[in-house]
Design a protein around this ligand. Structure first.
Ligand SMILES: Nc1ncnc2c1ncn2[C@@H]1O[C@H](COP(=O)(O)OP(=O)(O)OP(=O)(O)O)[C@@H](O)[C@H]1O
Ligand SMILES: [Mg+2]
Length: 334
């Protein structure tokens, strides 16, 4: 099969002067693209690097591959992750991961939570705040957390993000709104343990691949934020427990919540769902990543699958197999 890899490298962009130091955090490294390329080559496919943006579009039109392996984060809006799959849809080229509607919906954390909550999943209460002035009518209890409404890789989620009063929150909202040019999603701060759940497949066939607890080293659980600072030096700051060191009933509840959220957002092939308990020990949905990072040895998805014996090559192959099975089902139905 002729597979094109769609991706956006950190080195393709220049952060504007004065931008926060994590402005390009979502983008991939050359090493990640090379690892995917090698994994696909080892499975006997022809592989081309198509990049992202206009370069990807031009290649998609001039030399369409049989399938696009999508890593592209896109740029500039809450629809950015939908750009590549939407272009593929337009020209009739198959693409791994979820469709453009799911990718756009999931990136807008406020909208995604509305859909997931409507399916009966517990979520932290939130308010969308467009400027610090909006906080005059703010009515959630503290502590709170303010985060960019449509970013990932903890962009804009910093060690300082937990706010204990309205003065701290105003500072955080200002930082998010100005630094990332988008509204802040302010949520009740969940003080319990944190988990992430990897899921494969789609619809009734969706199933949990692995789940992991993100366990802070040193920090008290109630204050822990899996921030940019922590993710950059994760081996010093957190322990990863796969499976979580929790009673089976707790793990089952976390995994079931993740599955319901995954199906509610109509994800396909693969996704990673972040879950955290409140002080009441009830798990709540934080967000869903339908295009989870796949940096070898570093991304949560890679860490958790390695711990259950799936190396990076096998992970890439597993995602591809899900896509091919899905495409086979579609063809079978015609
Ligand atoms: N409501 C909340 N209560 C407590 N902690 C939270 C809450 N929302 C986010 N966090 C903390 O901030 C971290 C990052 O938040 P979130 O997962 O929404 O961001 P992200 O950038 O989309 O993450 P990813 O790297 O998974 O794409 C979480 O892993 C969690 O530690
Ligand atoms: Mg997250």
């Amino acid at each position: 099969m002729d597979i094109g890899i769609a991706f956006d490298l950190k080195s393709d962009f220049v952060a504007p002067a004065g931008a926060p130091d994590d402005a390009l955090e979502e983008y991939d490294s050359e090493r990640t693209v090379a690892a995917i390329e090698v994994a696909l080559l080892r499975r006997g496919h022809r592989v081309r690097r198509m990049g992202g943006g206009k370069r990807f579009l031009a290649l998609l039109l001039s030399e369409p591959p049989d399938l696009v392996f999508n890593l592209a984060e896109g740029r500039g809006s809450r629809s950015r992750e939908a750009h590549v799959p939407a272009a593929c849809e337009m020209v009739g080229v198959a693409c791994t991961h979820s469709d453009p509607a799911t990718l756009a919906l999931a990136l807008d954390k406020a909208l995604a939570k509305r859909v997931v909550a409507a399916a009966g999943v517990a979520v932290a209460r939130d308010r969308v705040v467009r400027s610090a002035a909006d906080l005059a009518a703010f009515d959630l209890p503290f502590p709170c957390i303010a985060k960019p409404m449509f970013e990932g890789s903890s962009m804009g989620v910093r060690a300082s993000s937990k706010s204990r009063d309205v003065a701290e929150l105003a500072r955080e909202v200002e930082r998010v709104v100005v630094g990332y040019s988008q509204p802040a999603l302010v949520e009740e701060f969940l003080t319990g343990p944190e988990f992430t759940v990897a899921i494969l497949g789609e619809g009734d066939g969706a199933r949990v691949l692995a789940s992991m607890e993100i366990f802070p080293k040193g920090d008290a659980t109630a204050d822990f934020v899996y921030s940019v600072e922590v993710k950059r030096i994760w081996d010093e700051r957190v322990e990863y427990h796969v499976p979580p060191r929790r009673p089976p009933a707790v793990i089952a509840a976390v995994e079931q919540l993740a599955l319901v959220a995954y199906r509610a957002l109509q994800c396909r092939d693969v996704g990673r769902v972040d879950v955290r308990m409140g002080g009441d020990q009830v798990p709540r949905f934080i967000e869903l990543n339908p295009l989870p990072g796949i940096n070898p040895g570093w991304s949560d998805l890679c860490v958790m699958t390695e711990r259950i014996g799936i190396d990076h090559d096998a992970l890439v192959g597993t995602i591809l197999d899900e896509t091919l099975r899905r495409l086979g089902r579609r063809l079978g139905r015609r």
